[in-house]
Ligand binder design. Structure first.
Ligand code: ADP
Ligand code: MG
Length: 928
């Protein structure tokens, strides 16, 4: 394709440069070539995922438990000739097996649903392409591109397929992913000789490259696996299903708990056997078998079986909550990092401000003018500030012409008669100024009037250069117009027009700088315009650097970009939450400081502002010293952002950083949370971000941080609930082993307080369901008034461990006391165990209302989470039901009780929770 003429390529692909493809031919081609995708995602088979989940350590313990139940059953059946008892052991085995099925089924289902919701979320962040079809330009999903499509790319876009360029405008792309060459490559549309190497095919664009400058129009020559990228894609393919830090943490924790569980089991069995030996002098096999069946219950009790599953479900719920808040996260691990964020470094323009620019003042020919008017409405008076007189056109015509010809934007009237901006807001504000001065960009360019204006070349605005230039043909003359940050423009100028005379820049510099500072102190964004006459030869062939030199300074515009009204409040909220907000901007330091002050980012009008130049001069160590105290960075380029992030991270800060331009991508990757703008962000930044703000609003960052904190708090809450229950279970069984040394009534010293099946029921039903529901809890009133979580801290820190132990011990004690009381009052084994079981179930169902608060249950409306209420009701009622229904009586070893006892086991277990929480409220106790 690169060795053919453009015309021939277009013909060969049976398309049209001006009309694009038709819908029918697109459909036909889609069927023929398939979607424009490279990674045919390797779907792991359901069976494989399922089988792998059966190998989780927790599940292995359960398999061992099943083995033990079978041994115990065969012993009962063959040696003791006790088929009834053998059958109950077999039941136990079956139940454990069912638990394994449920658990791995849940794991499997959760993996699928997490993937589904992440896919759904990421489809919103999928790459888009601008394509000409059926004669009109439209944005489509890049996967729908077909060979023959005519596409259009501009700075910040990805090239989504292999293209042959039809026309380019200062187009530069980065194709390092194919060539390894990290410098941008200039593109054109000229025919190349046959056998040109990939890296030298300058008339082609390759899938996966990024456009770093200019724009281009091309025709798609290959899509999907047929592209150059597709050919090497197998090399690049990597599967990354990483566990999030918190998942790793919990896996580690469960492993430790398992080891502890095995330890406890060994101790308990040894204790039983030693006691038996001391009493009788032998260890009869009966004793061994009895203590084994108690040990099974113990082992099952000690492991938080459902914790990993519940965790992933809660994280997935969190991702959905974030999306509802207009924040799109791309991986589950970002959910927890968000909540721990300590520094937010935000772009100014568009994120903190409205990006609705209006020129309110300008300086030209030595005169200071004020401009009236509202927003983009193109009417308003231009008056001299000094004497209030209407301005003279001759004073500002060359300044305004430069401003609107060095410009690619326009304003357009919509159906309602309102004016709408088209293009870069800064540029639009200048076009509007032109309208107010009756110098209309559209008229100049459409040859209405005396002369013929034509923009020949465009060097677009770049935040590194902070300048933009155009080469314009005016009649038979050529001119260069440059505009940009005044301090930068001044370095390229030789003289300035003041009072209709040319003054050397050296003499006028102080005046100009004072002018700029005046504007900047009033929070105005400043732009200088300069120009010069060119020869035809220069105009057509000179390089950008050659052109942008020896300029004449024409004037300065002061542009207002009002702060977004809601941002001030968001910043105040973040400050209360001990999250620092830093402004990063390319604007003048005084403008930046003035806006930062208005937004409350700085409290001191004179706060230090660091400029890009200063950062350049600083060593990493020097930067490290200052970053904690700096809140405003001005005149920075994207590469400074990375250094700022790294310096903050060295202070152990968790940094979130926004970015919108192509060159921000590395900084977004370096940040702990890279944030991209959903509306105004480039494809490249969206691709490297962790969080995408669907509405480009700073307030969405605040909401996302709050959501991240809430999710983390919910995780801690359900951990507290689950672990407390585990402690209670283990303790109540151990107390039975150690404290009941003689038979009491029908209860022998070897009867476990709870059977293994009961423990499993508690773990899987009455504990897990409310735990899931905790994932839906709203934030507590104080999420945004406490300090961010320290990421290095253990999950059990901040009193979680002491709370689990104290509440667990008390709950375990009460279960044992209930059991002991039941034994004393002469109940049968099944009845006594049922009393213990229900005491445990209701103990933890009451406790869950306390566990969902870092304070106490009195601080949270118990009815605020309908899922929780439903889960608690279901758990309570079904737990009662299994003691009443004959089938479950045989199957689970439960027994019907009389109603007084039911009342007691439902309500008495509330007492510890109510009393402890009450004491906690009264005496501000933190440890339980
Ligand atoms: P930010 O995004 O933080 O506002 P920019 O990099 O967009 O910073 O702008 C930095 C400076 O570059 C502005 O203060 C202004 O002087 C100049 N500038 C911005 N946009 C344009 C533009 N379209 N043309 C020329 N100069 C511009
Ligand atoms: Mg900008």
């Amino acid at each position: 394709m690169y060795s053919q003429k453009r015309k021939d390529v277009v013909k060969q692909l049976e398309t049209s440069r001006h009309d694009g493809l038709t819908t029918e031919s697109v459909e036909a081609r889609l069927t023929k070539y398939g979607p424009n995708k490279i990674q045919q995602e390797k779907q792991e088979s359901a069976l494989k995922v399922y089988l792998r989940s059966l190998r989780e350590p927790i599940i292995i313990i359960l398999w061992i438990a099943i083995g033990l139940t079978l041994i115990s059953a065969s012993y009962d059946f063959f040696a003791k000739n006790d088929p009834a008892h053998a059958l109950s052991s077999v039941y136990e085995g079956i139940v454990i097996w069912v638990v394994i099925l449920i658990n791995s089924g849940l794991t499997y289902w959760q993996k699928l649903s997490a993937k589904k919701s992440l896919d759904a979320l990421s489809s919103a962040s999928q790459h888009q392409a601008n394509v000409l079809r059926d004669q009109s330009w439209q944005k489509i999903d890049a996967s729908q591109l077909v060979p023959g499509d005519i596409v259009d790319v501009k700075m910040g876009d990805f090239i989504e397929a292999d293209l042959r360029w039809l026309s380019v405008n200062e187009l530069q792309v980065n194709e390092s992913h194919l060539t390894g060459e990290s410098d941008a490559v200039e593109k054109d549309s000229k025919v190349l000789p046959k056998n040109t190497g990939l890296a030298d095919r300058t008339n082609m664009g390759f899938s996966g490259s990024t456009v770093v400058n200019g724009s281009g129009l091309g025709v798609v020559t290959a899509t999907g696996t047929h592209t150059e990228l597709g050919k090497i894609a197998d090399l690049l393919q990597q599967n990354k299903t990483q566990k999030t830090p918190i998942e790793q943490n919990i896996t580690q924790l469960t492993k430790r708990l398992m080891i502890a569980a095995i330890g406890v089991v060994v101790i308990a069995i040894t204790y039983d056997l030693v006691k038996e030996y001391l009493n009788t002098g032998t260890i009869p096999i009966t004793a061994l078998m009895d203590s084994v069946s108690g040990a099974i219950a113990l082992a099952v009790a000690a492991i938080p079986d459902s914790m990993p599953v519940v965790l992933s479900i809660v994280l997935t719920i969190g991702a959905r909550v974030l999306a509802r808040n207009r924040g799109l996260i791309k991986s589950l691990s970002s959910v927890e990092t968000l909540g721990a964020t300590t520094f937010i470094a935000s772009d100014k323009t568009g994120t903190l401000t409205k990006n609705e620019m209006t020129v309110t003042r300008f300086f030209a020919n030595g005169i200071n003018f004020a401009v009236d008017g509202n927003g983009y409405d193109p009417v308003g008076e231009i008056t001299s500030i000094e004497d209030g007189e209407i301005g003279q056109e001759s004073d500002y015509i060359s300044f305004i012409k430069g401003a609107i010809l060095d410009n690619e934007s326009q304003i357009q009237r919509n159906e309602k008669g309102h004016y709408e901006p088209l293009g870069n807001p800064t540029d639009v504000s200048l076009v509007v100024l032109g309208h107010k001065a009756k110098i209309l960009r559209a008229n100049l360019l459409s040859q209405i009037g005396d002369q013929d204006y034509d923009i020949l070349r465009v060097f677009p605005f770049e935040s590194e250069r902070k300048m933009m230039s155009t080469v314009v043909k005016i009649g038979n003359n050529y001119k260069l117009f440059t505009k940009g940050a005044p301090d930068v423009i001044m370095q390229h100028t030789t003289d300035v027009i003041l009072d209709s005379k040319s003054v050397p820049i050296k003499e006028a510099q102080a005046t100009l700088e004072e002018q700029v500072l005046n504007y900047a102190n009033d929070a105005l964004r400043t732009i200088a315009v300069a120009g010069r006459t060119l020869t035809k030869e220069e105009a057509l062939n000179a390089t950008q650097t050659e052109l942008e030199d020896q300029l004449t300074f024409l004037g300065i515009a002061g542009i207002i970009d009002p702060p977004r009204p809601e941002v001030r409040k968001s910043i105040a909220t973040l400050h209360k939450a001990s999250v620092e907000v830093v402004m990063i901007t390319g604007d003048h330091p005084a403008t930046a400081r003035a806006i930062a002050y208005r937004l409350g980012i700085i409290k001191d009008k004179q706060a230090r502002v660091i400029e890009g130049q200063e950062i350049e001069k600083m060593s990493d160590e020097q930067l490290f010293e200052v970053v904690p105290n700096i809140r405003v960075y001005a005149r920075v380029s994207p590469e400074h952002k990375q250094r700022i992030i790294k310096a903050l991270q060295k202070h152990d800060q968790v940094v979130a950083m926004t970015g919108d331009g192509v060159n921000d991508a590395p900084a977004l990757r370096a940040a702990d949370i890279g944030i991209a703008m959903g509306i105004n962000g480039t494809e490249v930044t969206k691709d490297s971000a962790d969080l995408i703000l669907l509405d480009d609003q700073f307030t969405t960052i605040e909401n996302s941080v709050a959501a991240g904190r809430t999710i983390f708090a919910n995780i801690k809450n359900f951990m507290r609930q689950e672990l407390t229950t585990n402690v209670a279970e283990v303790l109540s069984i151990l107390l039975g082993t150690f404290l009941i040394t003689h038979s009491i009534g029908h209860i022998s010293e070897l009867t476990p307080t709870l059977t293994a099946i009961m423990v499993l029921w508690v773990n899987m039903i009455s504990d897990s369901l409310p735990s899931f529901a905790l994932g839906y809890d709203d934030s507590e009133h104080d999420v945004m008034t406490v300090k961010p979580r320290n990421v290095h801290e253990s999950l059990l820190a901040n009193h979680l461990l002491s709370r689990v132990m104290i509440r667990g011990v008390i709950m375990g004690l009460s279960v044992f006391i209930a059991f002991y009381w039941a034994a004393k009052s002469g109940m049968q084994v099944n009845e006594a165990q049922t009393v213990a079981f229900l005491t445990l179930v209701f103990g933890q169902l009451w406790h869950v209302f306390d566990a969902r608060s870092t304070h106490t249950l009195f601080r949270r409306n118990p009815f605020s989470n309908p899922y929780l209420l439903a889960a608690v009701l279901f758990a309570g009622i079904s737990s009662l039901a299994i003691t009443m229904l004959p089938f479950f009586n045989t199957f689970m070893g439960t027994s019907m009780l009389n109603w007084q006892i039911y009342i007691a086991v439902i309500f008495l277990p509330a007492i510890p929770t109510l009393v402890l929480s009450g004491l906690k409220e009264l005496f501000k106790i933190k440890i339980w």
